[in-house]
Design a protein around this ligand. Structure first.
Ligand code: UDP
Ligand code: MG
Length: 312
């Protein structure tokens, strides 16, 4: 089988030399063992890096044609870079595995993914068995991320990031999803083909720093929820109903106070409810606005990415 690796890279000059070395060793072994075809490739997607990432990729490609480079016209974010890579290679390969440039995802799991593919699975999810090597903070926020997503009505595989194998057939199905607001871990389960999971230990980043600081992670979670689920809007409706019921109670209460002649009393409760209701309304409008913004972006049908160059 022709197996392609798709690796999004954003300012990864510090890790690329080591990453390419380790991947090449791995690939040469897999090819020698006859597990994968000798025409298999390792494709780096340069997501508009500002450092020497692209120069390194060009050099790798000139040294060994097993390495390929896909250059995006500008920075488009991890998800779009992944999509760009997968869609560019999908017609050449039998299956593609997406993984991060820092090799935090154990590449020894590739063998087991290929085995599952051979057994007839179209999608094989890499699932982290433990997060021993992550910082306590990263572990807690990441765990919180999955729990929160689930509570908000987004179906995702627990502890699975974007390390997965997809067959050509699954990639073709993925290409049918035309949404601009991409959240791949939410979309892939929707494809529905037979899937399996493979467990692996997540390692540390060996060089460079995380391109997902807390701020980006929060916005990623928010994007995921508002792209995949309308549960928040429904929660606002429920909240509206509750607040309305409470207000009827207050209305009755105020009328009783009025007719018993105690109208001045109650300034505090008035002030508090004005602020509380005002805040809730702003929050509700904000969330709804977020969805309208998404609809706006989707109706434009803008390209998710533009491939400037494909080094073969
Ligand atoms: N990445 C990207 N575009 C971006 C941000 C990140 O292509 O705008 C890539 C990055 O080069 C890496 C992967 O996404 O290969 C995951 O990023 P990182 O390892 O920094 O995230 P973490 O493992 O800390 O969640
Ligand atoms: Mg990482």
């Amino acid at each position: 089988m022709k197996l392609y690796l798709v690796i999004p890279c954003y300012n990864e000059e510090e890790v690329l030399p080591e990453t390419s070395k380790r991947l090449l060793e791995k690939y040469e072994k897999l090819i020698d063992d006859g597990v994968i075809d000798s025409e298999s490739k390792i494709c780096f997607v340069n997501d508009g890096s500002k450092d020497r990432t692209w120069e390194i990729i060009e050099q790798l490609n000139s040294e060994n044609k097993i390495f390929r480079g896909i250059k995006l016209s500008r920075n488009k974010g991890h998800q779009n870079a992944l999509m760009a890579g997968l869609m560019t290679v999908k017609d050449e390969c039998d299956a593609a595995i997406s993984l991060d440039a820092d090799l935090q995802d154990d590449i020894e799991a590739i063998d087991r993914m290929v085995e599952k593919y051979a057994e007839g699975y179209d999608v094989v999810y890499g699932v982290r068995s433990s997060r021993k090597k992550d910082t306590v903070f990263k572990r807690a926020t990441a765990q919180g991320f999955y729990k929160f997503m689930k509570a908000m009505g987004v179906e995702i595989i627990y502890n699975h990031a974007d390390y997965r194998l997809m067959s050509k057939r699954a990639l073709d199905a993925l290409s049918e999803f035309e949404e601009v607001n991409l959240f791949l871990r939410g979309i892939v389960p929707l494809i529905g083909y037979k899937s399996a999971t493979v467990e692996y230990e997540r390692g540390e980043r060996f060089a460079g720093e995380s391109k997902y600081p807390l701020k980006k992670m929060l916005s990623f979670a928010f994007e995921g929820i508002t792209s995949m689920s309308i549960k928040p809007i429904r929660m606002i409706c429920v909240l509206g109903v509750i607040v309305f019921c409470v207000s009827i109670g207050i209305l009755i209460y105020s009328l009783i106070r009025h007719f018993t002649g105690n109208t001045v009393w109650g300034w505090t409760s008035l002030a508090v409810s004005v602020w509380a209701i005002g805040g809730l309304q702003l929050l509700a409008i904000g969330i709804i606005g977020e969805y309208i913004g998404k609809v706006y972006l989707e109706t434009k049908h803008r390209p998710k990415y533009i491939v400037e160059k494909y080094l073969k």
